[in-house]
Design a protein around this ligand. Sequence first.
Ligand code: AMP
Length: 333
Amino acid sequence: MAMNKILFFVDIYKWLFNLNRFLAGGKVTIFFFILQCKTQCWTQLQAIYTLFMKIFKESESLNVYLNTQRIIANKVGFVPTMGALHEGHLSLIRRSTQTADITVCSIFVNPLQFNNTEDFRKYPKTLENDIMLLEQSGCDVLFMPGEKEIYPDEASRIPHYELGYAATVLEGKFRPGHFEGVCLVVEKLLNIVNPDFLFLGQKDFQQCIIIERLIQLMNKNTQLIICPIVREESGLAMSSRNLRLSSSERKTAAAIYQHLVWIKEKLTTDNFKDLQKKAISELEEMGFKTDYLELANRNTLELIDVCKKGEEAIILIAVFLNGVRLIDNQLIN
Ligand code: AMP
């Protein structure tokens, strides 16, 4: 009897043990099932999350994000802008997405690079559209800092790089302090983003030369990639400032490009000074006010009158049309 009782309890124990194992197994299965679902959902959510462009306003959070991304994304491409984006900007973004693993764009209208307060005040702002265009172009990260983030104190507004001759001519001459302002913001942005590639447009050719020097002075390992000028059908170089032109002014503004092309063609036979004089007088007759129209060595920006055979040169122009400042250039050879 005693033995039967013992066997009975052993059976009950076994039964309970098996039930427990079954339930535990079930729980484990359910646990794994939930875990798997969660992991799948998580990966899907992550995939969806990575599809969206991230927007940062603070450099610290951008820095943390980029540092974690660098574990999987090797190369970071960077496109600094002042917003009011157009196809010219987007061509830089696309070039970055083809070259780098992660593309960062910044939008910051830098007050320190405007030597004219009216120009700064009237600079076009189209933020909602910019965000949409960047998303569509495959930009991964948008950095849009406020002024305090870039210039936290007075000391951060003081220029501290010796930019040399190239910063004193052309734009440097007509917009005093412009390149110092450009370098202050670009230095700050380069230190925050730490990009492997920096994409700039040939439209601001002198700016490219100055920033190349800044990269050297900063001892950065960033490779500068200069992208071709994107033009409207008429030949007018795309620019955020074109938004300030009426449709008839836009048509007139195409004359800038036409005159550059004309000078380039004639330069093989004619003297530059004669071509310069004729072009300026024609443009001014059409209502333009000229800051400069110059021929320069492409590497040093030394102003020249004659383009020797094989010399890498560039024609650069800056004009006002109804108070809107427009720049353009043409490479020679
Ligand atoms: P911005 O917003 O004017 O400071 O320009 C930001 C960047 O876009 C600069 O590197 C410009 O040179 C470049 N960019 C502006 N317009 C054009 C254009 N029409 N074609 C190519 N790049 C451009």
